[in-house]
Design a protein around this ligand. Structure first.
Ligand SMILES: Cc1ncc(COP(=O)(O)O)c(C=O)c1O
Length: 391
């Protein structure tokens, strides 16, 4: 492990001095400082779980990071403390008006026993963007990343010794003011918890079936679909259960009268096909406000551009485009992408009462398999890359 850049203090005194730093947009940002970290170690460490069959997000490590903010006192010192329940005022706006957001990222242990995060600054940038949309106070992204690095270092034994399991990192940010007013909160809590995870889908990286219907809309122009805010996800759960009722595993989220294909469950979506102009193309919908800017999505686009083997596009795709392409045998494969599964092939789409069957090579020859290999080789340190951030 690299030595901590932040020297941890052990006093419980409030942070007198906020960092007055420069954020990624060049503007002055008041922030907590990782160097003011206070660490209280757990006296009752828990046994590590058996990874096989472990349900996603059900087991948590020994410690958590908490950082409090108030309009009067600014940011307090970051604390790493024993994992435990929060105490929240019953009126706080995160509970009533979903003034809340989160991030999802992972720590991976390589065979060299080093622990790495994958492009974590992109998560920090996305979190800050969500915070602005939620009217929660800004922070310095590099300082938060250093606090998270320190937390993972403290709980490093929880990073599974495995090349398919990982430690899921869940930064969360809440409005905590004791008031029912619908307004910008004057108190907030940023915290981070860690959970060891096996493969996300119970079926592993096997292809999934999708229910495509515009009965439910995940995100809309001017909404919050491009931010990682809890309300987007809570409101999607009943659609997910309806998909299961139709015998499908996930929802294919459509948008607009032309039934644009946007995302799959909680993943971005890629279509690898021969397009209308006869070109071999890897396409994904553009970041026009209704798409979550996935870190895996961005990485796949950058990888494919670097390969320079086929056209790579951020473009609109409709169900009509897909149906025509399927009839004309122009679809090679379709897959979702996200931190949880990296890539997840799509085998079938139920749309307007018709089951659309998609080609899905399961012998490892697919583009999805190649992307899976390249990205996991980087994440687990088998391929050197400046996308990795060592803990
Ligand atoms: C709605 C949605 N789309 C896409 C993604 C994939 O994003 P990432 O690749 O950053 O995990 C996620 C997961 O974070 C998501 O919640």
């Amino acid at each position: 492990m690299a030595s901590a850049a932040a020297s941890a203090s052990v006093t419980g005194a409030p942070c007198q001095q906020n960092a007055h730093d420069v954020g990624s947009n060049g503007a002055a940002v008041h922030s907590f400082k990782a160097s003011n970290m206070v660490i209280e170690m757990s006296q009752t460490p828990k046994p590590k779980p058996e990874m096989t069959g472990l349900a996603f997000g059900t087991v948590f490590t020994d410690h958590m990071l908490t950082i409090e903010w108030s309009s009067g006192e600014g940011w307090q010192k970051p604390h790493i403390r024993p994992f435990g329940n929060l105490s929240l005022h019953p009126a706080c706006s995160s509970l009533h008006y979903a003034v809340q957001l989160f991030e999802g990222m992972k720590a991976y242990r390589g065979q060299d026993n080093r622990v790495r995060l994958f492009r974590p600054m992109l998560n920090m940038n996305r979190m800050l963007k969500s915070a602005k949309r939620a009217c929660l106070p800004s922070f310095n992204e590099a300082e938060l990343l250093e606090c998270i690095r320190k937390l993972v270092e403290v709980d490093q034994e929880w990073v599974p010794y495995s090349d398919n399991a990982s430690l899921y990192i869940r930064p969360t940010y809440l409005g905590t003011e004791a008031s029912l007013g619908v307004k910008r909160p004057s108190r907030a809590l940023l915290y981070v918890i860690l959970s060891p995870v096996a493969a996300y889908f119970s079926t592993g990286a096997k292809a999934v079936s999708l229910w495509a219907d515009c009965k439910y809309i995940r995100a809309w122009k001017g909404g919050t679909g491009d931010c990682k805010m809890g309300g987007n996800y809570g409101a999607s759960i009943c659609a997910q259960y309806e998909a299961l009722d139709y015998g499908c595993q996930q929802v294919l989220w459509l948008y607009g009268d032309d039934h644009q294909i946007t995302e799959v469950g909680t993943m971005n979506l890629f279509l690898y096909w021969t397009n209308e102009d006869g070109e071999e193309e890897l396409a994904t919908p553009p970041l026009d406000g209704i798409i979550l800017p996935g870190i895996t999505r961005q990485s796949i686009l950058e990888l494919a551009l670097k390969w320079d083997r086929f056209k790579v596009s951020e473009r609109y795709l409709t169900m009509g485009d897909l149906q025509r392409a399927l009839k004309e045998n122009r679809v090679t494969e379709m897959f979702g992408s996200g931190t949880a599964c990296v890539v997840c092939p799509v085998s079938r789409i139920l749309y307007q009462g018709e089951a659309l069957e998609l080609p899905c090579a399961e012998d490892g020859s697919s583009l999805a398999s190649r992307i899976m290999k390249e990205l996991t080789d980087i994440q687990y340190g088998r391929t050197a890359s400046d996308w990795n951030f060592e803990v």
